[in-house]
Design a protein around this ligand. Structure first.
Ligand code: SF4
Length: 334
């Protein structure tokens, strides 16, 4: 588990009741799609905060809404409801000009280093883009900062005239990290930053993100479906199931004493996270993650939960504290 650096009591990021619903589209890909009349309930009333210098790990199965939540926090997807306070400023109420200024302080590293870099642009053009959008930076300073940033992520400055296809997956992700950091942000959403990479490269990129966090005093929302990765990088962990945060707590507390049956199942299926975590009796999860187009009522996990009771099918559980630093949404803790 990562150690805390420069943690301040006031949260840098405070997410309150964030909702993201969008119109479901059907048909072939591209402009031929049309609205089906249904609504995808991707994120439902998610609330959490992230202290300065902290890494909050967001874990959940593919399709549970993690990436949508990460993008809604940055307003890359417009939230349907709720607030995001960044350093005390309500990001959800900013106009386009103010949001553009704020973007230099909040950035994202995307999952796929193959599709997230424009193949027709040189590395210099790609990495410098946030500075170009920000405006007011001289061309010479841009070149110097791009060269410095390239070296900071372990790439040679003389690669600047090359194109993305001339790099390996790990090198491309380093270019994506350089682009995210060039404007000196305080906060980074790392959206599955290693899941598209070879296992042999994953540890190098994670270590690079850890080093950059320490050197630059960064704050991370680190999204992954891999509990091993989340356990390694996170100070605190939030567990997401079908658009809802079902458990949050300090990493050690969640990993050693998972409270929610879903977290218990995730951990029981994972290899040992580290020396602190005992191998648990394996809990099989039956059935698929339900569709966010038609989520079950009551507790959304009741269709797969080995402890489901009648009340679970009828009432959504409130979030309750199981300790001063650990909370869970489950009727077992009423
Ligand atoms: Fe399981 Fe009920 Fe708890 Fe949901 S509320 S996780 S169904 S026990």
């Amino acid at each position: 588990m990562s150690t805390l650096q420069n943690v301040d009591a006031a949260p840098l990021v405070d997410v309150r009741g964030l909702v993201k619903h969008y119109a479901h589209r059907t048909g072939p890909l591209g402009w031929l799609t049309r609205r089906s009349g249904k609504t995808v309930k991707a994120v439902n009333h998610a609330s959490f905060s992230i202290a300065r210098g902290e890494t909050l790990g967001l874990i959940g199965e593919s399709g549970c809404g993690k990436s949508t939540l990460g993008r809604a926090v940055l307003r890359l997807h417009e939230p349907t409801a709720g607030k995001v306070l960044f350093d005390g400023v309500d990001v959800t109420s900013l106009d386009a000009k103010a949001l553009k200024r704020m973007r230099s302080r909040m950035q994202i590293v995307f999952q796929d280093p193959y599709s997230s870099l424009n193949p027709r642009r040189t590395v210099e053009q790609i990495v410098s883009l946030p500075l170009q959008l920000q405006g007011g930076v001289q061309a010479r300073e841009i070149r110097d900062r791009v060269a410095f940033m390239m070296e900071s992520v372990g790439l040679k400055a003389d690669y600047l005239r090359r194109y993305p296809h001339q790099f390996s997956g790990g090198q491309r992700q380093r270019i994506g990290i350089a682009r995210a950091l060039i404007a000196n942000p305080a906060f980074l959403v790392c959206d599955e930053p290693v899941s598209a990479l070879d296992v042999s490269i994953q540890a190098q990129v994670i270590q690079l993100l850890e080093n950059l966090k320490r050197e630059r005093g960064l704050t991370y929302l680190f999204i992954s479906h891999d509990i091993g990765v989340i356990g390694y990088v996170s100070n605190r962990i939030a567990v997401m199931y079908l658009g809802e945060i079902v458990e949050t707590g300090l990493s050690q507390g969640v990993l050693e004493h998972p409270a929610h049956p879903y977290t218990q199942a995730l951990l029981s299926a994972a290899p040992r996270v580290d020396e602190l975590v005992e191998r648990r009796h394996r809990i099989e999860l039956h059935g698929e993650l339900p569709s966010p187009l038609n989520p079950p009522g009551g507790c959304k996990f009741h269709t797969r939960c080995p402890h489901a009771q009648d009340i679970c099918r009828k009432e959504a559980p409130a979030t309750v504290a199981v300790s001063a630093t650990h909370s869970v949404a489950c009727h077992l803790y009423r």
